[in-house]
Design a protein around this ligand. Structure first.
Ligand code: F6P
Length: 323
C-alpha cells in the first residue's frame, strides 16, 4: 500500500472529520501517501482529489460536517459511473480506498470490491441502521442534539399545557426516535418498524391529559407511517377528546450538524485508524465496525445485506417507561 484514498459519501454527520484525520494519520504512519476525494463518489468519478498530509487534517477533529465534502451520487449506481471511478483510482496509482458513509455508500464500496479494487468501509450515518456494528459515527452527537431539543420543548409544552409531536430523522429506521424518546422521558415513540394506529396516539395523549400531566411529548421518526402530517391532521380532527392543544416541531437537518461528542470523536478515530490498518493487513471488501467495545471487521456483503433491526428490548423498555 503506497497510496490510499479516503472519501466521505451520502448523508453527512458529526465525526466524519475525525475519521478522515485518523485514517490519514494511521496510513501515513504505516508508510503510505493519502489522497482525499472531494464530494464522495462524484469526486471519484471526476478525479477531484487533494493530497492529505499530517497537517492537512490538523484542527478538524472538533468540527461537524466533512471538509472533503460529500454527495449522493446516482451516477455511481451505473456500471459506467463505477468504471469511471475505477479508472480514476488506477490513473492516480491508488492501491486502496476507504469509504466512510451509510448503507448506500457501503453498497457502492462493495461494488468496487466486486470489481477487484481493495476497499474498506467505515459506518457513518446518524440513522444507525448499518448492520454489523453496534453504533455508527454521528449517532451519539445526533441523539444529544435531539435530546437538547426535547428538553427545550418540554419547557414550553409545560408552560402552555400542550402535546408536542417532535419529528426526528430516520428515513427507514426508528433508532433516533426511540432512544431519544426514552432518554427524553417522552410519552410515546412512533417508528417505522412498529405499526401504531392513529387512534392509539390519540389515546396516549388523552390519557396523559386525564392523568394530569403538564404536557405530552410524542417523538416521531420521519419514516413512521402514515407520517407526521397525517397524524397532526387526525389529532386536530379529534381535538376535543385530547384535552391538550397539539403542536409540531420538525427537527430536520440540525440533527446532522454540530461539534461531535467525545464519544463520536473517539469512535471515529478508532474506526478510521482501524480501516487504514485493515487495508495494510490486506483485508478487502470489509467494513470496520464497533462491537462489544472494540473495532471488528465484517464482510461488506454482510454489512449491507439488510438494515439493522430495531432493538426489541429497547422498544419494550420504552413501553414500561410510560411511553
Ligand atoms: O441518511 C441519513 C439521513 O439523515 C436520513 O435520516 C434523512 O432522511 C436523510 O439523510 C436526508 O437526506 P438529505 O440530507 O439528502 O436530505
Amino acid at each position: 500500500m503506497k497510496r490510499i484514498a479516503v472519501l466521505t459519501s451520502g448523508g453527512d454527520g458529526p465525526g466524519l472529520n475525525a475519521c478522515i484525520r485518523a485514517a490519514t494519520r494511521m496510513a501515513i504512519q504505516l508508510g503510505a501517501e493519502v489522497l482525499g476525494v472531494r464530494r464522495g463518489y462524484t469526486g471519484l468519478i471526476n478525479g477531484d482529489v487533494v493530497e492529505l498530509d499530517r497537517r492537512a487534517v490538523g484542527g478538524v477533529m472538533g468540527y461537524g460536517g466533512t471538509f472533503l465534502g460529500t454527495a449522493r451520487c446516482p451516477e455511481f449506481y451505473t456500471e459506467k459511473g463505477r468504471r469511471e471511478a475505477l479508472r480514476t483510482l488506477n490513473r492516480l496509482d491508488v492501491d486502496g480506498l476507504i469509504v466512510i458513509g451509510g448503507n448506500g455508500s457501503l453498497t457502492g464500496a462493495l461494488e468496487l470490491h466486486r470489481m477487484g479494487f481493495p476497499v474498506v468501509g467505515v459506518p457513518a450515518t446518524i440513522d444507525n441502521d448499518v448492520n454489523g456494528t453496534d453504533i455508527a459515527i454521528g449517532v451519539d452527537t445526533a441523539l444529544n442534539t435531539i435530546l437538547d431539543a426535547i428538553d427545550r420543548i418540554k419547557d414550553t409544552a409545560s408552560s402552555h399545557n400542550r402535546a408536542f409531536l417532535i419529528e426526528t430523522m430516520g428515513r427507514d429506521c426508528g433508532y433516533l426516535a426511540l432512544v431519544s424518546a426514552i432518554a427524553g422521558g417522552a410519552e410515546l415513540a412512533l417508528i417505522p418498524e412498529v405499526e401504531t394506529p392513529l387512534e392509539e396516539v390519540a389515546r396516549v395523549i388523552g390519557d396523559a391529559y386525564v392523568r394530569g400531566k403538564a404536557h405530552c411529548i410524542i417523538v416521531v421518526a420521519e419514516g413512521w407511517k402514515p407520517g407526521t402530517r397525517a397524524l397532526i391532521d387526525y389529532l386536530n380532527s379529534c381535538r376535543e377528546e385530547l384535552g391538550f392543544e397539539i403542536r409540531l416541531t420538525v427537527l430536520g437537518h440540525i440533527q446532522r450538524g454540530g461539534r461531535p461528542s467525545a464519544f463520536d470523536r473517539l469512535l471515529a478515530t478508532r474506526l478510521g485508524a482501524a480501516a487504514a490498518q485493515a487495508l495494510f493487513r490486506g483485508e478487502r471488501g470489509v467494513m470496520v465496525g464497533w462491537r462489544h467495545d472494540r473495532a471488528v471487521t465484517v464482510p461488506l456483503e454482510e454489512a449491507v445485506a439488510y438494515r439493522k433491526e430495531i432493538n426489541r428490548e429497547l422498544w419494550e423498555l420504552a413501553a414500561v417507561m410510560e411511553l
